[in-house]
Design a protein around this ligand. Sequence first.
Ligand SMILES: Cc1cc2nc3c(=O)[nH]c(=O)nc-3n(C[C@H](O)[C@H](O)[C@H](O)COP(=O)(O)OP(=O)(O)OC[C@H]3O[C@@H](n4cnc5c(N)ncnc54)[C@H](O)[C@@H]3O)c2cc1C
Length: 320
Amino acid sequence: MLSKEVYTLACAGLKKLALNQECRDAFDKNSLFFRLFERAAHRYIIASDAQELSRKLQVLALKGYQLGVEYVGEENHDPQVVKSFVSEYLNAIQGFARAGLKPQLGFDLSAVGMLISQETAYHNAATILSAAAEHDIPVMISMEHSSAVDKIFEVYAELAPAHHNVGITVQAHLHRTVEDLPRIISYGRKVRLVKGVYNESPEVALPRGEELDKRYLTLLDDLLAAHVSVSCATQDPNLIKRLFDGAYHSKIDELEMLHGVQPEVLRRAKDEGLTCRIAAVYGDSWYLHFLHRLAESPDNVLEALADFYDPSRITFGAGY
Ligand SMILES: Cc1cc2nc3c(=O)[nH]c(=O)nc-3n(C[C@H](O)[C@H](O)[C@H](O)COP(=O)(O)OP(=O)(O)OC[C@H]3O[C@@H](n4cnc5c(N)ncnc54)[C@H](O)[C@@H]3O)c2cc1C
């Protein structure tokens, strides 16, 4: 049995690898690593393209879940890549409308042009939001590393008043979130509360542990007191138990978990009457998403190796 310290360091190591550009390049679609681990990554990545995605979303919708969709992109510096990312969303929206689906779309502002300029990110996000609104489709903006948070809030401040279908993710682990929350609440839009996935220094964020879980619940109290729509996005069975024990489950809009992560935990919550959303990720640039899932529970590294050895272990929809 490895010590807790080794697990914590392994988790930080996997997150460091996730951000390493050379490693990302080594998982390019035509690479050996991509071919070797694609099947294992598909425990979490629901589909390679929008067509396969729609078919699978229908299956999950029939099981009674709300749905979320994110196309896995990288932090895009290249205007052409940003353009094709935006086109992917606009086409996907049309496809969902034809299929009668209304999944909540999600994306990072860095995927829609934040690394080019805030104006580009604003313009592209607004274009997606308007197209989504035509089909009654909600959109959730993700939250990124602490170094990007100010800029994300500045763009969100422009988007939120004009787009009723936008919401934003906030990270409980960042110390600043306590002070940011009143401003976020003032827009009256949906808020998705997460612990936070990025490696951050202690000056900026709390590590995993009881103090973070308490802060998560305090922030949740503030959101509920303000009567904004709230999604609890967590995959932590202990925190989910506290949501039920503290009767939060009757006040929050939904519990949201990423596709492929502990489906039985989400199914149990649904069976107990909570609205549950499966946040599904699709596309081929899955390296970062895959590594983050492994980092969340380093036992998942062994699971991935077992999946690599025997891909038939992964059955779409099993457990939900
Ligand atoms: C829908 C959704 C959207 C998100 N969006 C963002 C975002 O925009 N920005 C951001 O920074 N983060 C985002 N995250 C990630 C989030 O911040 C956490 O890093 C992630 O949810 C893991 O934290 P946790 O609360 O689930 O539990 P943790 O505190 O990380 O883990 C507690 C326990 O939960 C279980 N667990 C958690 N994850 C897994 C897993 N993958 N496999 C098996 N067991 C697991 C394990 O038992 C673990 O010990 C999102 C998460 C979800 C579910």
